[in-house]
Write a protein that binds this ligand. Structure first.
Ligand code: DQA
Length: 152
């Protein structure tokens, strides 16, 4: 962990998540990305965690950001969105992160179209949390908090 003892967590939202609130509410819930991020910041602050949050629609920007932060954060929460199902490039970038990475999804990817049941990124993540709408993210924060505490 970094010297200040504040856990620094990188949060990456993948493509189309900028339009949360307009996407299928049954799958993704009603929160806009702004509101989701506010909840995450509150949840993180309560646990003494600091978040750097990004949303990108392109694979390249996700990969660049993972590279740039790989030695500057204690852990990563990533929702690769549709890239989950086919981006080996994002998988390889996740593999380069020294700390734990949690893959999250708002919807239950196991009970949707068959292509969503495949995650090419989950094997390089310490945990995959899905199907709980915004709670998938807050659960990931709580998990990482406990995990990093145990390792400290
Ligand atoms: C998603 C699930 C993906 O299949 C989809 O392409 C998304 C969002 C989720 O959070 O449930 O854009 O990652």
């Amino acid at each position: 962990m970094n010297t200040e003892n504040i856990m620094k967590i990188l949060v990456i939202h993948g493509p189309n998540l900028n339009l949360l609130g307009h996407r299928d509410k049954k799958e993704y819930g009603t929160l806009t990305l702004d509101k989701l991020n506010k909840r995450l910041r509150k949840c993180a602050a309560e646990r003494g965690m600091e978040l750097r949050i990004f949303q990108f629609n392109s694979e390249e920007k996700i990969i660049r950001t993972l590279h740039r932060h790989r030695n500057r954060c204690d852990a990563v929460i990533i929702n690769p969105a549709a890239y989950t199902h086919y981006s080996y490039a994002i998988r390889d970038a996740i593999e380069l992160i020294p700390g734990p990475v949690v893959e999250v999804h708002l919807s239950n990817i196991d009970e949707r179209e068959p292509f969503r049941r495949i995650s090419v990124t989950k094997d390089v993540c310490i945990r995959q949390i899905y199907g709980k709408k915004e709670k998938s993210y807050t659960e990931a924060l709580a998990f990482l908090h406990d995990h990093l505490k145990k390792k400290a």
